[in-house]
Design a protein around this ligand. Sequence first.
Ligand code: PEP
Ligand code: MN
Length: 372
Amino acid sequence: MWGSILGPNCSDSDPQRGGCTLIILLHPDAGPEQRDEVRAALQRLGVSTIDVPFGERHALVAEAASASHLPAGSIARIAGVEKVVATAPRSPLAHATAQPGGRSVTLGDAVFGGGHVGVIAGPCTVEDPGALADTARMVQAAGAVALRGGVFKTRTSPHSYQGGGETALAELAETARSVGLPFFTELTDPRQIGTLADRIDGIQIGSRNMQNYPLLTEAAKTGKPILLKRHMAADVDEWLLAVEYILDAGNENVILCERGVQTANHHVRYMLDVGVVPYLKQRIGLPIVVDPSHAAGDWRLVPALSRAAIAAGADGLLIEVHPAPETTHCDAMQALPPSGFAELMDQLRALTALDGRQMRGSAEAFTPAVGV
Ligand code: PEP
Ligand code: MN
């Protein structure tokens, strides 16, 4: 079963909870004496094995219960061992989230997963309250179920615009409340959680913070929905282990967000991994949304990537929309204009209907987070 779609391999850095069967391939030159020595060394480490001869060679198979105590890398260091292959257990938490049809996560009237497709839209960053209110009303009229807007930006350059901070957060919360949409915004530092999380509906963890484990844990403890972006260089297992930090802290309201990965190509900002959507659908039950904006880096590519993501089974989209992109300090090139967004939403409604899923706008008022 190793290499199976069901789970990650054990590794040095990640001794799997939940058991891990190891196949310990002995060196071709390892004769009976050395085999005994390896077995004895394993025994001393508390790992009991079964000897499996095949052809000229032997492998030792370690029982799951004993193997789980030790990372594969430790065993690979024993003289006479050529290679250790760890089977692919499903981690207990990712397994626990698997549900036929998928789990859904809700944020006010917005539902992601379980047959519901939700679109989150808004500016990259909150700059101008007037423009934000216009955007919010427009995306809501087009059928978005939640508003997005960054106030703490994780910019690659420290010289780039860093976001409007708490003032912008107050504007975002006020606008979201006045139009009746819930909102996601990114928190970037565990110290923000205690003071700001109660003013936020859904917490976005940005790509660059995917492995900021103290941030994940503190954000999780709020119990609020967490939109966890994939790091641009993370493989799927690293992403899922980041998810587990949130689940482990007792919060199962996790929405994964694919936003493109780094490759040698520069015709797009990042390469959208559309395949990860159906792949993850087989592996876990949590909702997966796609951010076509940061992947494309160009508004002209956003509609096609959005349609591809929904056709691939995504439970929603996170799209940057701005009424006057030329005026923004942040990600101007990828912001869809309102007219383009409305047209795209019509296409997405038709697409979701094709596979029997529902996309609905949030017409009713949403009860905002307290403390605003
Ligand atoms: C964003 O959503 O504005 C953002 C900064 O995205 P990412 O973390 O994916 O780069
Ligand atoms: Mn952005």
